[in-house]
Design a protein around this ligand. Sequence first.
Ligand code: ZN
Length: 120
Amino acid sequence: MGKPRNRSHAMDAIFDKGLLTKLLSGLQNDINTNCWVWQRCKDKNGYGKIWWEGKSHWVHRIAYALLKGPIAEGLTVDHDWQAGCDDRACCNPDHLVLMTQSENSSKRWEKANEQADCSQ
Ligand SMILES: [Zn+2]
């Protein structure tokens, strides 16, 4: 077991049908914003969490890696507020954008890396 991994670590594209099913079954479409809102576990900042391979992950990162592709080292996945999305639990791939960590922190990043208990 190593140190806790930094939030900016890279993530490969994911091809996992079971995980995709689990993701989609936890989402609900908001017809006003077209957000795909995660209905299950969230951390205290409102980011959705999903349990996968023995760890909890941010669901919007998982959604990005499943539906769009890899996340490069040093980049974070954020919600595209310019597209009208301001829901941290949203997983609509059209609302997810990559940005550098500094852009993200200057915008609105708060300390959000607490592990929520999402093992259920
Ligand atoms: Zn959205």
